[in-house]
Structures are given as structure tokens and as C-alpha cells.
Write a protein that binds this ligand. Structure first.
Ligand code: URA
Length: 209
């Protein structure tokens, strides 16, 4: 199993429930996902190192703490990762952004890469990979494998929902990558969808079905 951080803050749980409802509109689904992602950003960046800077308040000089946001890279797994990415950038606007395009072959459920663009100097950066659903784990595992080729300082994975099958697959492939999630649902179905889940996250974010 992966190291899992279950984000059980009441605001996160409340918003997730609203998103799961089948009658949630595209508009509200997308808005809630952005809000949820901003809340999850607090948890996933909790151990980000701080550095001292000298500043001047209206009263006097002081040594204060800042994070070096530019060292953080959010990597969005296209296309559904975009919904989480926007919410995370609201909270960490200085972060760099990478994209990886993967689609699931509908028959084999294997992840096929069609796009890969990362910031330079990945060896100096901490990476947070985002995708709303950790289901079979195939896309997440393939994305992390590709990112690790660039030897980043660390990799974390953030999703909204996962299931035991996805956590096991991710943990077997990348035991060093912690998973941050708002819920661990019951199971995967035969088509690689999470139950009870929330349906197809990409379609619900973009209104494509
Ligand atoms: N991807 C989705 O969008 N939903 C699932 O339930 C599983 C994978």
C-alpha cells in the first residue's frame, strides 16, 4: 500500500459530497473542485521548507519566513488534472507547472503518453502530481515513472478520490510516493471506474458528456 494522507477536514468532505451528486452541474462541479484543490494544497505543502528573509514592517526590520514557491512543480495529468491544478495555483501562484498527457486505452486500460512538458532543472524541484482519480493507478504510475527519469528531489501524488486497488498498485510501483486524497472509496468496477465514486471526472469538469 502507498503511504496515504486522508484529508478529512470537514470542508473537504462537505465539498466532495456535493461533487459526487449526479445532479451537480458542470459549473458547480468545476468550482467545487477548484475550492477543494486549494484546501488540499494546505495539506500537501505542510512540510515545505521555509527560509528566512529580511523585511521591514511599518514598525521595524525583522527576519520573516517565506517558501520558495518556484522550487515547487505541480504536474497535471491531462486532462482532468487541470481542474485540481487551477485550485492549487490559487494558493501557490509562484509554482512551476508541468503537463503530461496520458489517455487510458479503453480496452486494456493501459496509459498511453501523448504529451510531456516539464520545467527545466527538475533535479532541484519538489514535484506534486495531480489527477482527480487514482483508479487503476495505470496513469499515475506511468506519469510518476516519466517524472522520476528527471530525478526531482521528491514526488507526491494528490487526488480527490481513490480506492484500495489504486493505492495498492501505486504503492507497489512507487512506495516512496505519498498519496494525498479526500476519500478511499469501496472498489473499482470492471471498466476501471471507482465505486461509488463520482463518475468520469474529465467529463464532469468539462461538460463533455
Ligand atoms: N477516472 C474517472 O474519471 N473516474 C473514475 O471513476 C475512474 C477513473
Amino acid at each position: 500500500m502507498s503511504q496515504v494522507h486522508l484529508i478529512d477536514h470537514p470542508l473537504v468532505q462537505h465539498k466532495l459530497t456535493l461533487m459526487r451528486k449526479k445532479e451537480a452541474s458542470t459549473n458547480s462541479f468545476r468550482r467545487l473542485l477548484g475550492e477543494l484543490a486549494s484546501l488540499m494544497a494546505y495539506e500537501v505543502t505542510r512540510d515545505t521548507p521555509l527560509q528566512d528573509v529580511e523585511i521591514e514592517t511599518p514598525m521595524e526590520k525583522m527576519t520573516a519566513k517565506v517558501i520558495d514557491g518556484k522550487k515547487l512543480v505541480f504536474v497535471s495529468i491531462l486532462r482532468a488534472g487541470t481542474g485540481i491544478l487551477d485550485g492549487m495555483l490559487n494558493v501557490v501562484p509562484g509554482a512551476r507547472v508541468g503537463h503530461i498527457g496520458l489517455y487510458r486505452d479503453p480496452k486494456t486500460l493501459v496509459a498511453v503518453e501523448y504529451y510531456f512538458k516539464m520545467p527545466q532543472d527538475m533535479a532541484e524541484r519538489d514535484v506534486i502530481v495531480v489527477d482527480p482519480m487514482l483508479a487503476t493507478g495505470n496513469s499515475a504510475i506511468a506519469a510518476v515513472e516519466r517524472i522520476k527519469e528527471l530525478k526531482p528531489k521528491s514526488v507526491k501524488f494528490v487526488c480527490l478520490l481513490t480506492c484500495p486497488e489504486g493505492l495498492k498498485a501505486m504503492g507497489d510501483a512507487h512506495p516512496d510516493v505519498p498519496v494525498y486524497t479526500a476519500a478511499i472509496d469501496r472498489q473499482l468496477n470492471d471498466h476501471g471506474y471507482i465505486l461509488p465514486g463520482l463518475g468520469d471526472a474529465g467529463d464532469r469538469i468539462f461538460g463533455t458528456k
